[in-house]
Design a protein around this ligand. Structure first.
Ligand code: 5GP
Length: 123
């Protein structure tokens, strides 16, 4: 079993902030903003690349859950960002589809390319 499967199943400790039939949401262990919550589908899916048509209920509940959780945490009005990283270029480190819900502070530019990537764009 993988880390996020264990968190989902209650076998690994995490601060769960929301759970329903489709999704589980918990605090990121290394928050990068005052609010940093990870939202996962209750079905094991490795990344956005792996989703299939039958997963539409999981995906829609992730969006619905994100909106609910943002309001519960008081950042609905001030604003927030929902991000999923896919594979190497996307910066995905955990192989279980997850969405970062971040907010509670002004987040700045959406994409901050490292110098090496900026150089590559000019080639
Ligand atoms: P990724 O880079 O794959 O998009 O994001 C993985 C996220 O999982 C990171 O933000 C990281 O801090 C978080 N994370 C890694 N291990 C754990 C853990 O054991 N517990 C929790 N709650 N979050 C974790």
């Amino acid at each position: 079993m993988s880390l996020f499967e264990n968190i989902r199943d209650g076998k690994e400790p995490a601060t769960i902030v929301y759970k329903d039939d489709y999704i589980t949401a918990f605090e990121d262990i290394h928050p990068e903003a005052p609010v940093h919550i990870l939202i996962i589908p209750n079905k094991t899916i490795k990344s956005l690349n792996e989703v299939v048509d039958d997963d539409v209920d999981y995906l829609s509940h992730i969006l619905l859950g994100a909106s609910k959780i943002a309001k519960l945490r008081g950042i609905g009005e001030s604003g927030y960002r929902l991000i999923t990283n896919c594979n190497y270029d996307g910066g995905q480190e955990v192989d279980y589809l997850h969405f970062h819900l971040v907010g509670g502070v002004r987040l700045g530019k959406m994409i901050n390319l490292p110098k090496s990537s900026k150089k590559k764009m000019k080639e």
